[in-house]
Design a protein around this ligand. Structure first.
Ligand SMILES: *[C@@H]1O[C@H](CO)[C@@H](O)[C@H](O)[C@H]1NC(C)=O
Ligand SMILES: *[C@@H]1O[C@H](CO)[C@@H](O)[C@H](O)[C@H]1NC(C)=O
Ligand SMILES: *[C@@H]1O[C@H](CO)[C@@H](O)[C@H](O)[C@H]1NC(C)=O
Ligand SMILES: *[C@@H]1O[C@H](CO)[C@@H](O)[C@H](O)[C@H]1NC(C)=O
Ligand SMILES: *[C@@H]1O[C@H](CO)[C@@H](O)[C@H](O)[C@H]1NC(C)=O
Length: 340
């Protein structure tokens, strides 16, 4: 058991660790002055001087990149030089296992994901490609929440479009290769408040990308895309969006007061569909047990659901067989919830 005060100091400690790191790629500032910091995005470190972007400014724990939303980026890591057939992105969409994912019901009045959309953007190149924008049922444009059903980690395999094919940097100015952001827009509700955040993960498109992607990639799941009608790379113009001015993006976000999970503990609604079957036994030292019914959904309050399983009945020979029935029932409930 961790006492609440040590938990508090732990949270505070991790806050101190990550505070300076978080804002650099988070568009805008955290929404309350609790942890309000000067944004480093504009190359302003808070003392009015232009010190350049803070390239180490990411909130990474064990290779997992925390964002200002419920998603955690598992791949790629910031500033990775990339190439190959397609861009592979992996995102934990379950708020680190705290939230259910489809096909389970994700609706919760306190905390839930609405959607993720992703773009591959570059101010230097003046490019804004759609990676995923929920317009088709085919990945990666499909809603990533409903793909890979049941998995808390969603994989996006974005086929590099034509103008990114090449090797090294853009030498003769005929390609759009160079530095990009994987820009992740998150709409979600956190502890009863709707939020919208944008997070930029920088990568370099500098490794080799062949003009014609290998057929072998088609066995990849989810299938890389989008592809042109003849199965090749997409014409860049086909997946381009207008550039949105940085300040407009800053004005559009509604960031939470701090990083969900690390700084803002996630609240979810209590559920009543599980836990102890039957009511508590009555009486002392095993004279009870007679009032048990097999009403499902009887939960001992304040115990956090499953924690109450099989805890209430004292074992005597009289109540043992009844308790076994209860525990069997509980086992069924337990294994059902595991399968789910
Ligand atoms: C994402 O969710 C927000 C909030 O519910 C909604 O306004 C928006 O239309 C959704 N976007 C897409 C592409 O579905
Ligand atoms: C990536 O986004 C940051 C802001 O979050 C911006 O400062 C940087 O210039 C962007 N990089 C590119 C290559 O557009
Ligand atoms: C989604 O992206 C594709 C490719 O860029 C584009 O054709 C489509 O219009 C976009 N949908 C929306 C709603 O912006
Ligand atoms: C890219 O396009 C999307 C969709 O139009 C937009 O929401 C986003 O702000 C754009 N990003 C940049 C950096 O222009
Ligand atoms: C059942 O017993 C537990 C303690 O074992 C208690 O916390 C809970 O309140 C009891 N439930 C009811 C309905 O009395």
């Amino acid at each position: 058991m961790i006492s609440s005060s040590s938990l508090l100091s732990l949270t505070f400690f991790s806050l101190c660790l990550t505070q300076s790191a978080v804002e650099a790629q988070t568009i805008g500032t955290w929404s309350s002055n609790l942890q309000l910091h000067n944004r480093q995005n504009g190359n302003n470190n808070g003392n009015g001087q232009n010190n350049g972007p803070d390239t180490s400014a990411f909130n990474i724990v064990n290779g997992r990149v925390f964002t200002p939303g419920l998603g955690i980026i598992l791949a790629p890591q910031p500033f990775t030089p990339m190439g190959g057939d397609f861009l592979h992105i992996a995102v934990d969409v379950s708020a680190d296992g705290k939230l259910p994912v489809p096909p389970r019901n994700i609706a919760d009045p306190l905390t839930q994901v609405y959607n993720f959309t992703l773009f591959l953007t570059s101010t230097a190149m003046q490019k804004n490609f759609t990676i995923s924008n929920i317009t088709t049922s085919t990945p990666p444009f499909a809603d990533i929440m409903v793909q890979e059903s049941g998995s808390t980690v969603k994989h996006i395999n974005f086929e590099w479009p034509q103008c990114l094919a090449g090797d090294g940097n853009d030498q003769d100015g005929t390609t759009a290769r160079g530095d990009y952001n994987i820009s992740i827009h998150q709409n979600y509700r956190l502890n009863g408040v709707d939020r919208y955040t944008i997070f930029n993960l920088p990568i370099s498109v500098t490794n080799s990308i062949s003009q014609f992607p290998g057929a072998g990639q088609l066995t990849t799941n989810p299938a890389p895309g989008p592809l042109s009608a003849n199965g090749g790379r997409m014409d860049c113009a086909m997946i381009e969006n207008p550039m949105v001015d940085f300040q407009t993006q800053v004005n559009s976000v509604n960031n939470p007061p701090g990083q969900p999970m690390q700084a803002v503990p996630i609240e979810t609604s209590p559920r009543s569909d599980g836990g102890q079957v039957g009511e508590n036994g009555s009486g002392n030292e095993g004279v009870g047990g007679q009032s048990m019914t097999s009403r499902q959904g009887e939960i001992s309050p304040g115990q956090g659901g499953e924690a109450a399983l099989g805890a209430a009945v004292k074992m005597t020979s009289e109540s043992l067989s009844m308790a076994m029935v209860v525990m069997l029932g509980a086992l069924v409930v337990l294994s059902t919830s595991i399968i789910w």
